[in-house]
Design a protein around this ligand. Structure first.
Ligand code: ATR
Length: 301
């Protein structure tokens, strides 16, 4: 194999960045990542002199993780499609990230990188900030893919009383529910439901968490369940999608006067928590608000 050079993978617009303290992100595609906004703003605020660089990685992930370490990179984010695939190349993994089975943050340590999942904590922080909580609540999750796995684990960790996982492919929902229940003394807190059997969910008051990719396109309708009555059972709603700002799911919740948030605060807090790990610091509320403002303007204009 020819010798790899991580610098070849820096995307256009970042090739002339100069700093001896580098942070970065691996993914593909990566052109539209908003993470530099978060981390460069933090660096400027505290005069950390760090720069954050997106790397578009197509293959040889392990070699590039090693190359990042050799280059002295302090911390990395990992995004689609590598959040699971990166795990074999870590020197250590945080217990929560291990249980989720996905890593989005790599923190430099003595022998390599330690992996964390700040998506899950980022989502939790955004829910708490909206004056909601997970403890003892009943949850309806829509979706059972990669993102849903972190959401399900959040429901486990923060002690939801029940979580119904509804998915188009019921086998994936079943697997996710089984994995979560297995951590939990064989409980049956997690229940999988095929989307065409949504009516089997008992009537109740639920926190709805939308984890499918339905809604990303402007003309997408409601995810999985088109029966609008179903959504009236929500007491609070989260859509992990932040662009567009208002999916059909969010619009329906607002029409029903149900408090609802999109995924922008999750994006914000996953970045803040990652940076806190890299710099061993606590980011204050003023800076957090500044970053949110910048992200908001960049996405929604
Ligand atoms: P992510 O990492 O964003 O979670 P993913 O792992 O590909 O992406 O998961 C996408 C989720 O959106 C899955 O729950 C998927 O349902 P399936 O498991 O049945 O594929 C769901 N999804 C995507 N497109 C969908 C569609 N058109 N209708 C219903 N569900 C859809």
């Amino acid at each position: 194999m020819s010798k790899i050079d991580l610098k070849d993978k820096i995307i256009a617009g970042y090739r002339n960045v100069e700093s001896d303290k580098l942070l970065g992100i691996f993914g593909n595609p990566i052109k539209h990542t908003l993470s530099p906004v978060i981390h460069d703003t933090i660096s400027d605020y505290y005069s950390f002199n760090e720069r954050y660089i997106p790397f578009e990685i197509e293959d040889n992930l392990g070699d590039y993780v090693k190359a990042a370490y050799d280059l002295g990179i302090i911390g990395l984010n990992i995004t689609v499609p590598y959040k699971e695939k990166v795990i074999p190349y870590l020197s250590d993994i945080d217990e929560d990230a291990k249980k989720i089975g996905a890593v989005n943050t790599l923190v430099r340590s003595q022998n390599g990188y330690k992996g964390y999942n700040t998506d899950m904590e980022g989502l939790y922080r955004s829910i708490i900030e909206a004056n909601e909580d997970i403890k003892d609540k009943e949850i309806i999750m829509l979706g059972a893919g990669g993102a849903a796995r972190a959401v399900a684990y959040m429901c486990f960790k923060y002690k939801a009383s029940k979580a119904y996982i509804i998915n188009r492919s019921v086998d994936k929902a079943q697997r996710l529910a089984e994995d979560m229940n297995a951590m939990d003394d064989k409980s049956s807190r997690f229940i999988s439901i095929s989307s065409d059997k949504y009516e089997t969910v008992p009537e109740g008051r639920y926190i709805f968490i939308q984890c499918t990719s339905v809604g990303l396109k402007e003309d997408d309708g409601l995810p999985l369940v088109t029966d609008k009555e179903f959504y009236k059972q929500a007491c609070f709603a989260v859509d992990l999608i932040y662009n567009p700002a208002k999916t059909a799911f969010i619009k329906l919740m607002e029409d029903n006067n149900i408090p609802a948030i999109n995924g922008l605060k999750m994006l914000l807090y996953q970045g803040i928590i990652a940076n806190e790990l890299w710099n061993n610091t606590k980011i204050n509320n003023e800076l957090t608000a500044q970053i949110y403002d910048k992200l908001y303007k960049k996405i929604y204009g």
